[in-house]
Design a protein around this ligand. Structure first.
Ligand code: AHR
Length: 624
């Protein structure tokens, strides 16, 4: 093959192309990225969280009482805060009786690490005394322990820090009152001290770092379907997720578990800032999921019009909460939570894959116009509904174009053939219409595994998108995280358990793009030998310039089972001859463990490079 740069054929492209889609699906939040180690810490689980499929999923789920029968009950009479009504009442007959939490598949401890315990507690009927806190394994071996201050007659938050003597994969937490009588407990919590960037109420360091390593330009949250919910009462309300933990309102997760909202909007925004990414909150367009079980295919309707003014105000409030001065009504709440400076919110997504009908249009238009009027500085990202072959989101596009929405969110999950046969998909897009946020996509193969094949299809698609990054401004692979044993959706970019993180071949492709983005696209011509013309679609390249470093970055995907020798002609570009950085992902087509590796290669204005069979290469070259 011959690859020849055409420097005069250049254009500015988006600097926001690669982001991440974080949805609280597959235990991505509680039990995942959110570092809380106690499951059902507020005793708020209900069978409804599982759509009543699991009656055991109730206030005492994940808890056991070691002591007399009926020594552990749930009460709602005088909670710490009315937003979390349930709390535990223990009747301690003898010292040694204990309330035990199993964590999320156990609690993993690292040798020498510190863990912050906290609980709201009050003695009932005059009972008082201290709480012994222990981390034990199933044999009763103690790995860490500490003693709290005394419980009083009113709710009081008690805190202490324990240090793990040894590592253990599956410990349990025990709270052992050192007195007899009745004691009430709520919001029983244990966090590793080593969270990502050491934040309190923070994120699991290894998972957060895995996301940071992608160098995403934005983080979309909290979903997906989680954003618009399964029915009107399940629409995600950002205001329920901020403030002191005991005041947050948990909810049924659309993926059939419980969201504690411990990982709430403050924590999402803080994380974005910590990794240098723009926050991209996605808010329901006043309508729930098109597949809402309570109504089905939009019959559920939208938020009643009489409630829409308040709903719109809540969205405007979000913008003030994020960007307002620390003395403003809502900016004050952000400042009180520990962030006096504005978060610099630029994008707000309205709607997720909604059924595009009159109900949607009416509500979306109200929200869009209100934001445009009050906050013209915010870029609203609309939605064009779920992908359906043949209609190509036609109605959604008509509405967005009429309203001149800056960007619209497209979603599609497709097999390899679709990506191979639609390489000009965005070349055909009208440049005068709204820009595109490809908010969800992935390559799906039978069995929904991620392999070298799916990774190379993602790479091929992103190369084609990069060429069109004047119209496609943002992309995010979906979904991002999945916990082994709790996965509702495959495939996902990153899998994990309590102690390990498993990267997929597709993760490496995202990382290669995230770490090698440019702001200028430079045309290039790819010529293959006559013999190879019929397989031309399986070799694709793109060339960009990173304005920040001045580097030129060449990406080459080879989806053929044979190596392709190429001559790369960059004669008219100011490339420095010498060492360049090559990052390459290659593997057997069905390999689920292919990884990217980085090495050095020699480049010049005219050099030879052999693209290995089934590979994706990124060559980063210095320029004068
Ligand atoms: O990514 C998983 C789900 O796929 C999202 O929640 C939804 O938007 C889409 O249907």
């Amino acid at each position: 093959a011959e690859i020849t740069a055409i420097p005069e054929d250049k254009k500015a492209i988006s600097d926001m192309l690669i982001g991440v889609f974080f949805e609280d699906i597959n235990y991505a939040a509680d039990g995942g990225l959110y570092a809380e180690l106690v499951q059902n810490r507020g005793f708020e689980y209900t069978p409804a969280d599982t759509k009543n499929r699991n009656p055991d999923w109730n206030s005492s789920y994940a808890w056991t009482f070691i002591g007399q029968e009926d020594g552990f009950t749930i009460d709602t009479v005088a909670p710490v805060h009315p937003n979390q009504k349930h709390y535990a009442v223990l009747t301690i007959a003898k010292i040694g009786d204990a309330l035990q939490n199993e964590g999320f598949d156990g609690i993993a401890l690292n040798a020498g690490d510190k863990y912050d315990f906290s609980v709201f507690a009050k003695g009932l009927d005059g009972a008082k005394g201290k709480l012994l806190v222990r981390l034990v394994d199933e044999n009763g071996t103690i790995y860490a322990e500490g003693m709290s201050k005394s419980v009083g007659a009113d709710w009081k938050k008690l805190t202490l820090t324990v240090t793990a003597k040894e590592a253990v994969a599956k410990a349990h937490l025990q709270v052992i009152p050192q007195f007899t009588g009745k004691v009430a407990l709520d919001l029983v919590s244990l966090f590793p001290e080593k969270t990502f960037k050491g934040r309190k109420n923070g994120l699991r360091a290894d998972l957060a770092q895995t996301i940071a390593d992608l160098h995403p330009r934005f983080v979309r949250f909290p979903g997906g379907c989680v954003s618009h919910g399964d029915g009107l009462d399940n629409i995600y309300r950002w205001k329920n997720t901020i403030g002191p933990l005991e005041t947050r309102k948990g909810d049924r997760n659309i993926w059939n578990y419980h969201q504690s909202m411990g990982l709430g909007y403050f924590e999402y925004f803080q994380f974005c800032e910590d990794i240098g990414a723009q926050p991209l909150p996605v808010i329901a367009a006043g309508v729930p999921c098109q597949n809402s079980s309570t109504g089905g295919h939009g019959q559920q309707g939208g938020i009643p019009m009489c409630d829409m003014d308040q709903y719109v105000q809540d969205i405007l409030d979000l913008i003030e909460w994020a960007n307002g001065d620390k003395n403003s009504r809502l900016g004050k709440l952000r400042a009180e939570a520990g962030h006096p400076e504005p978060f610099n919110l630029k994008y707000v997504g309205i709607g997720n894959e909604d059924l595009i009908n009159d109900i949607f249009e009416e509500r979306f238009t109200m929200i869009f116009n209100a934001i445009k009027e009050k906050h013209p500085e915010i870029e609203v990202i609309g939605t064009v509904g779920p992908f359906s072959e043949g209609t190509d989101y036609r109605v959604g596009w008509e509405i967005a174009s009429k309203l001149q929405v800056p960007l619209v969110d497209e979603h599609y999950y497709q097999p390899p053939g679709w990506y191979l046969n639609n390489q000009d998909y965005y070349d055909r897009y009208d440049r005068t219409k709204p820009k595109v946020y490809l908010g969800e996509y992935a390559t799906h193969i039978p069995g929904r595994k991620l392999t070298t094949e799916t990774a190379l299809c993602d790479a091929l698609h992103l190369i084609n998108v990069e060429r069109n990054a004047d119209v496609v401004h943002m992309t995010s692979y979906a979904p991002l995280l999945a916990k082994h044993g709790h996965t509702q959706w495959n495939p996902d970019l990153v899998y994990f358990n309590n102690t390990e993180v498993f990267l997929t071949p597709d993760y490496y492709v995202q990382k290669m793009f995230g770490q090698n983005s440019g702001q200028e696209y430079i045309g290039s011509q790819l010529s293959l030998s006559d013999k190879a013309q019929d397989v031309k679609k399986r070799v694709v390249t793109s060339l960009v310039r990173d304005a920040k470093t001045g580097d030129y970055i060449l990406k080459l995907a080879n989806l053929l089972p044979v190596a392709v020798n190429s001559t790369i002609n960059l004669a008219d570009l100011p490339i420095v001859a010498g060492d360049a950085e090559l990052t390459i992902l290659e593997g057997e087509v069905s390999d689920q463990h292919a990884k990217a590796e980085t090495k050095t290669i020699a480049v010049s204005s005219d050099f030879e490079y052999s693209l290995p069979a089934y590979s994706f290469s990124v060559i980063r070259m210095k320029a004068n």
